[in-house]
Design a protein around this ligand. Structure first.
Ligand SMILES: Cc1cc2nc3c(=O)[nH]c(=O)nc-3n(C[C@H](O)[C@H](O)[C@H](O)COP(=O)(O)OP(=O)(O)OC[C@H]3O[C@@H](n4cnc5c(N)ncnc54)[C@H](O)[C@@H]3O)c2cc1C
Length: 460
């Protein structure tokens, strides 16, 4: 029976109006099927859904866009709240801050910030939700310059298990503010976040792709180049096996290509100088002959996410992820042998993201998860086709994992985890204990416990 609270419907059972909209996700691999679900547009909606969960003895689960749905625990006896809070994005240009209602996607924030010559710490897709990305870490296209996105979070508004709305910042509740930033969730329903912006009028972004015959050369040149790259440059190396579909650029369809993609923050003062700086920096990479596509361009920060080659249609995404300590000769060979041409890889994308820079520096005022003690992140993604598709991908993910094992730090970063089955180790054990103490204080009877990121708690 649909549950009404005042004039607004806040939770529906499967088959009832509102259930499908509230359970909609980007990653279709394991679509959520909770007992009840509703879309919250106001804090009142959130509070009504929590009252409903309490009355029906159901757990509370939360999501926004469902980009992280592949890594979420199964939902059964739960009310799923899809947060789509009203109010719109509000930029305070003087303080370089933006208040973002939960459910907002990064593209909207980047657009609002760019109007003031500011940029936001978003990732490769403007479609990803600000809340899940930011509170779980967030490796930005500007990551080496600005650090993990969660270090840009200045305040969090959330409804806790006592059904009270709180604005949590370093003064109001330092312990909860620390834990909510990367502690693994399970603290409440976030209704808005405040995020620090940074000045950027022109950004150089794009990618160059070469045919698979250039794979070894591109990988070698890129890893040598990353050894000295400044923090203004955040790049990744991608081996693509993209399908023959109209949304894929023609030069990249149905073939293996290798590319270097990224973003370079240039000089603030002179756009021409920004282009020169960026082109000078990228020069050694772009001298490799025979590119099939080159999309590097100088643009406004609101165009950066749109310029990335990132999927924008929901799909059943699978994948794996490791944080690597090095990209030495044997590590590069292991990556190539297991994902490159001739490896039989079914991965649509095998990517190495260059870390370091500000991503490696733990800020004093940081949260429970505050930096990445690794040199590169490996990220393999795939979409299963046919009856054996998923099993083939799983087998190949295991092959890559074993090839890269000698260089695996054993740590992971939550936003890059694609599937619940992947080993996850984001936090040190003393941090997990401290985060759990905060959880027990704000959610003593475990209303939100099923929402906790695996490996981030001893309570779940
Ligand atoms: C195409 C694509 C590109 C990506 N690019 C990047 C990238 O460049 N860098 C990067 O770091 N990551 C990237 N990601 C991963 C992405 O950051 C994670 O999937 C992230 O969890 C998405 O957050 P969301 O809120 O959109 O997703 P959701 O699936 O809606 O949320 C994920 C989890 O966050 C929590 N959550 C969400 N909303 C709330 C709320 N209102 N209150 C409390 N908890 C909440 C819940 O626990 C939920 O299960 C990408 C993913 C995709 C699919």
């Amino acid at each position: 029976m649909p549950m009404a609270d005042g004039p607004r419907l806040v939770a529906a059972m499967a088959g009832e109006p509102g259930y499908d909209a509230a359970t909609q996700v980007f990653n279709l691999r394991e679509p959520p099927r909770p007992v009840a679900a509703g879309t919250a547009h106001t804090v009142d909606d959130v509070q009504a859904a929590i009252r409903f969960a309490r009355a029906e003895r159901l757990a509370v689960r939360v999501h926004s866009t469902g980009h992280g749905a592949g890594a979420a625990r199964a939902m059964g006896a739960a009310v799923l709240i899809r947060t789509q809070l009203d109010g719109g994005v509000r930029v305070d240009p003087q303080r370089r801050l933006v208040r973002v209602p939960a459910g907002t996607r990064w593209a909207e924030v980047a657009d609002a910030a760019a109007a003031y010559g500011l940029a936001a710490p978003h990732g490769t897709s403007g479609d990803v939700g600000v809340v899940g990305y930011s509170l779980r870490g967030g490796i930005s296209v500007y990551g080496r310059k600005v650090g993990l996105a969660l270090n840009s979070v200045r305040a969090v508004e959330l409804v806790t298990a006592d059904n009270e709305l709180r604005r949590v910042d370093p003064a109001e509740d330092p312990g909860l503010f620390w834990a909510v930033r990367g502690g693994g969730g399970g603290f409440g329903v976030v209704t808005a976040v405040e995020i620090a912006l940074f000045p950027a009028r022109r950004v150089y972004t794009g990618a160059t792709y070469w045919p698979s015959t250039r794979t070894a050369e591109v990988l070698d040149r890129w890893r040598g180049w990353t050894a000295d790259a400044p923090p203004e440059a955040t790049t990744s190396l991608q081996i693509f096996n993209l399908p023959d579909l109209p949304m894929v650029p023609e030069a990249l369809r149905a073939t293996t290509v290798i590319g270097v993609a990224g973003t370079i923050l240039g000089s603030e003062l002179d756009p021409r100088l920004a282009r020169q700086q960026a082109e000078h920096l990228l020069g050694p990479l772009r001298t490799i002959e025979g590119p099939v596509l080159d999309t590097w361009q100088l643009c406004s920060p609101d165009e950066v996410a749109r310029a990335q080659l990132s999927p924008d249609e929901p799909a059943p995404i699978m994948g794996d992820h490791l944080l690597l300590s090095e990209l030495s000769d044997p590590a590069a060979a292991a990556f190539l042998d297991s994902t490159g041409p001739g490896s039989g890889s079914p991965l649509v994308s095998a990517e190495l993201r260059h870390l370091g820079g500000a991503l490696a520096v733990p800020p004093e005022t940081g949260g429970a998860f505050r930096h990445l003690d690794a040199a590169y992140a490996y990220l393999g993604t795939a979409v299963p086709f046919g009856p054996d598709g998923a099993a083939t991908i799983e087998r190949h993910c295991a092959v890559v994992r074993s090839a890269l094992a000698p260089f695996d730090t054993g740590r992971t970063t939550p936003t890059l985890v694609e599937s619940l089955d992947q080993p996850q180790a984001h936090l040190d054990s003393d941090v997990i204990d401290a985060v759990d103490r905060v959880r027990l204080r704000v959610d003593p009877d475990g209303l939100f416990r099923d929402d906790i990121v695996p490996g981030s708690s001893r309570l779940r």
